[in-house]
Design a protein around this ligand. Structure first.
Ligand code: SF4
Length: 117
């Protein structure tokens, strides 16, 4: 049994239901092929707290991060929406800082859900 969380961009909610991520997860395709034949528990479908909101400067964001640190998923999967430039596939600085905190606590980061980047 793997315990995972998804991290995505709140701006994407204008056009995104999250269905693509869950379809890939349910069918164990794209970034989720590594869980083929294995049960997965989804602990959270977390959003960042918006552009310019960094850990240590935003109490709500800190609370979300702490929640996940307490639950300690095996892997946090990043949605493609976590890249500020779709073509360059470069993570937003806010997301990169959040990921470093997770990694520092032994939580793996996987760049991808229905898209792997
Ligand atoms: S920092 Fe990146 S992931 Fe977060 S809201 Fe802004 S564009 Fe979206």
């Amino acid at each position: 049994m793997k315990r995972i969380a998804l991290l995505t961009c709140p701006k994407a909610e204008n056009v995104c239901t999250g269905g693509g991520c869950f379809a890939a997860l349910n069918s164990r395709t794209k970034a989720f092929t590594l869980y083929k034949g294995e049960d997965v528990e989804v602990l959270a479908f977390m959003k960042c707290s918006g552009c310019g909101h960094f850990p240590g400067e935003d109490a709500g964001l800190d609370e979300k991060i702490q929640y996940l640190l307490n639950r300690h998923p095996d892997v946090v999967h990043l949605g493609i929406c976590c890249c500020h430039d779709g073509r360059q596939r470069e993570l937003c600085r806010e997301i990169a800082v959040i990921c470093r905190i997770f990694e520092k606590h032994g939580i793996s980061i996987m760049r991808g859900t229905h898209s792997v980047f």
